[in-house]
Ligand binder design. Structure first.
Ligand SMILES: [Zn+2]
Length: 99
């Protein structure tokens, strides 16, 4: 395991956000520069990237499973009522409906 270099603490705090690509470009620059000369933080970055990939894969699998799940059926209490049992709202029969 490589020894952390000076300034690693600050870099490590931002590494998670860096790995998910949520930093502004001007915030990324010092982290990139540090990673170039610090094998310990590069190793940490690689570990975090692996975790992020696993999480994204897990979320995709869950989303796909939810997409394939059957649509819940309507409750019998609602669907058992026959349509002709509903009285017309205006109480009149509609004749010659075409104008
Ligand atoms: Zn470092």
């Amino acid at each position: 395991m490589p020894m952390p270099a000076a300034g690693c603490g600050e870099i490590r705090e931002s590494l998670g956000v860096y790995v998910v690509g949520a930093l502004e470009p001007d915030e990324e620059a010092p982290i990139r520069a540090h990673l170039l000369r610090c094998p310990a933080c590069r190793s940490e970055r690689d570990d975090l990237a692996r975790v992020v990939r696993l999480l994204r894969t897990a979320l995709l699998i869950r989303a796909a499973a939810a997409y394939r799940a059957p649509i819940p059926r309507p409750r019998p209490a609602v669907s058992a009522v026959a349509p002709h049992q509903h009285p017309r709202r205006d109480g009149r029969r509609q004749e010659g409906g075409q104008l």
